[in-house]
Design a protein around this ligand. Structure first.
Ligand code: ADP
Ligand code: MG
Length: 652
């Protein structure tokens, strides 16, 4: 970085905070938008409200400070036609620069108070140009400074190795890498900028796909224990279940069965909404290991979830005469003779002997670090089933986890009634609590969720205060328990058991993941300040009701409409409109646009900067197809793959 003129150690440090460490990082610093094309007007021709550019000379400048924290810079700017007051907010230092006689080009809008400046150039045209790039910047490094640095970096665009084989560039009609980089920062139209972005996104997708294809090839060489045909134990298990498996569950079991019969270790992702019946399928896979005389393990990302899984499967195991044990940070069981071990990553800590592990089920795999996942399978190659209750669209799953096969449980058991969701604003929260109390009076139970994102000591006090308030006001006379992340595991277990046994009417909960509770009698949930949660998170939460045969309800309470962003409104409306996790995942993706997708980071790859998940589906398919033939390709592409996948490898 310091090879660039004008970049010293101090600036380097500031840039590093933006993730910009090398010239290449600068070249790949994607503008988050471009300025639009605006007309250049004579000052006399400016129309109020229209975005336009003007060019002229500074006649005089002044700064006003009407309030603390507010500085208004006003400059008189003249061209041949007229004179106008240009206005900047909070950039008092500009006064120095706007000396009388300075040539300026300004982009902005005329209103009652003058010409409101959005961007400006002194003695030249760059920031105010049509399609000028607007970069993610920081307070320490202004957009203007970044633009200058990128300009200087562009000289080096030709030094970057182009990872794409020439034939592929031709067949895909993609521009050369240096050209794409130059155009990315200096497009002459939005279309041109988009074309450059697509080329760079293609590179990222191709590197990802080649890496995944290599991982697949590598795994084909690993060996697992083939488990043959299903036997008597799983037959008894099926008879034990008090319900018929759904068609999707049967399909999942059939696919898993085929995987388990092979020598190549299973690597399958089982996607399905909360309550869709994944655990039943997972236990099937574990029992297949047991009946082969081997062992199975189920790992969850938190103690609560591990306990929950254990509570679900243990009674079945007991009936089948299978020894299942729970092993977490706070529960140390005797592993002697264990056939199924359920736990957190404490499972994979050193010294835990899992016997001859044939099947591992990993719940919510994206919450596990890559290394933790790897450690589980180190040395042995068990069949692995990954489960997730935050489904992502299938094509995307194949992209991110392209080394996994994907099974979906798309339909809930038919006995389940879809949850009715409504959204009200805070003014109407008392009506929501009235409804909740009706359920309680009918003998049902309820959840109230408060959005305390961080589990700190002070938020614990806030949670306790809120529970106290509810006990005094809305939930007066009812038995209210409080579940928060600061409880000791034993306290938490006791609380959850009490709620399950009906000793509490309402569970006030502060965190999402800690609510790993399956209580069919809980039929209504209120989520306070629901606009502060993400879409997937809310959908997950909502899955805690609707687990019995009764009609269940979810009431989302938000701040008033005028305080909500459009996105927040769209999120809440999507939940009202749909109960389908796959559909909501699509919606989430659409709303978040190119934002961080859950899973990309956890997949162990550095962020994909150029990919736009929705728009780039066709591109993704093309990259996937192209990658097939490039697994053994040498050269810059191979180096890129190694670079991108470096953090997938275990620490040396
Ligand atoms: P998930 O793990 O996907 O959240 P579970 O396997 O825990 O779902 O199932 C949720 C609830 O539905 C459990 O009480 C389970 O016993 C029940 N269940 C599972 N499969 C079926 C089915 N086919 N029909 C009726 N109920 C089912
Ligand atoms: Mg479950």
């Amino acid at each position: 970085m310091e090879s660039l003129p004008g970049v010293g150690p101090a600036l380097s440090r500031k840039l590093a905070k933006l993730g910009l460490r090398t010239v290449r990082d600068l070249l790949e610093h994607r503008p988050h938008r471009y300025e639009t094309a605006v007309p250049e007007r004579r000052i006399a021709d400016l129309m109020a409200g229209e975005e336009a550019a003007i060019a002229g000379e500074v006649r005089g400048v002044s700064v006003r400070r009407p309030r603390r924290n507010l500085a208004i810079v006003q400059a008189r700017v003249a061209d041949a036609s007229d004179e106008i007051t240009a206005v900047w907010f909070n950039q008092a230092w500009l006064q120095e620069k706007l000396r009388p006689g300075t040539r300026v080009r300004l982009r902005g809008k005329l209103d009652r108070n003058g010409f409101q400046v959005r961007s400006y150039d002194l003695n030249g045209v760059s920031a105010t140009a049509d399609f000028a790039p607007v970069y993610p910047a920081s307070e320490e490094v202004t957009p203007k400074r970044l633009r200058g640095l990128v300009e200087r970096a562009l000289v080096h665009a030709r030094d970057l190795p182009d990872p794409l084989p020439a034939a592929l560039k031709a067949s895909e009609r993609l521009p050369l890498l240096p050209d794409a980089l130059v155009v990315l920062h200096r497009p002459r139209s939005l279309e041109e900028g988009e074309e450059a972005r697509r080329r760079l996104a293609f590179d990222e997708l191709l590197v990802l796909q080649v890496g995944l294809a290599r991982a697949r090839t590598g795994r084909e060489q690993a060996r697992a224990r083939p488990l043959g045909e299903p036997g008597a134990l799983v037959a008894r298990y099926r008879e034990l279940l008090p319900f018929e498996l759904t068609a999707d569950q049967e399909q999942a079991i059939a696919e898993i069965g085929r995987d388990l019969a092979r020598e190549a270790p299973m690597q399958r992702l089982l996607q399905g909404d909360v309550g869709s019946g994944k655990t039943v399928v997972a236990l099937y896979a574990l029992l297949r290991a047991v009946e082969a005389g081997l062992s199975g393990a189920l790992m969850a990302p938190t103690e609560t979830l591990a306990e929950q899984h254990f509570l679900t499967i243990e009674p079945w195991c007991a009936e089948l005469g299978v020894r299942a044990v729970l092993l977490t940070g706070s529960v140390k069981s005797d592993l002697e003779g264990a056939q199924i071990v359920v736990g957190t990553h404490a499972l994979i800590q050193e010294g835990v002997d899992l016997g001859e592990l044939a099947v591992a089920v990993v719940d919510e795999q994206h919450r596990f670090g890559v290394e933790q996942r790897r450690a589980l399978v180190e040395g042995q190659a068990p069949h692995v089933l990954h489960m997730t209750a935050t489904p992502i669209p299938r094509t995307l799953a194949l992209t991110l986890y392209g080394d996994l096969s994907v099974t979906e449980i798309a339909h809930l058991p038919a006995s389940r009634k879809p949850i009715v969701t409504s959204w009200v604003t805070a003014e109407r929260s008392s009506a929501a609590y009235t409804r909740l109390r009706k359920h309680l009076d009918a003998g049902r139970q309820a959840y109230v969720v408060c959005p305390l994102i961080e589990e700190t000591e002070s938020s614990r006090r806030a949670a306790e205060a809120e529970a106290e308030r509810l006990r005094r006001v809305e939930l007066k006379g009812y038995r209210v328990g409080l579940l928060h992340g600061r409880l000791r595991p034993a306290e938490r277990r006791e609380l959850m058991a009490g709620f399950k046994a009906g000793e509490l009417d309402v569970l006030v909960a502060t965190t999402v993941i800690e609510v790993g509770v399956d209580v069919p009698n809980a039929t209504i949930m209120i989520v306070q300040e629901a606009d502060r949660f993400g879409l997937a998170q809310l959908h997950q939460l909502r899955g805690r009701v609707g687990r019995g045969a009764e009609q269940s309800y979810c009431l989302l309470i938000s701040r008033p409409h005028e305080e909500l962003t459009d996105d927040a409104k769209a999120r809440l409306q999507a939940l009202v409109d749909s109960n389908d996790g796959f559909e909501l995942a699509e919606k989430d993706l659409e709303l978040r646009g190119e934002g961080q997708l859950l899973g990309t980071r956890q997949s162990g790859l550095s962020d994909l900067r150029f990919v736009h998940w929705r728009r780039d589906r066709p591109l993704l398919e093309r990259a996937r197809a192209a990658a097939e033939g490039l697994v053994d390709y040498e050269g810059p592409l191979a180096e890129e793959v190694e670079r991108a996948f470096a953090d997938r490898e275990p620490a040396a």
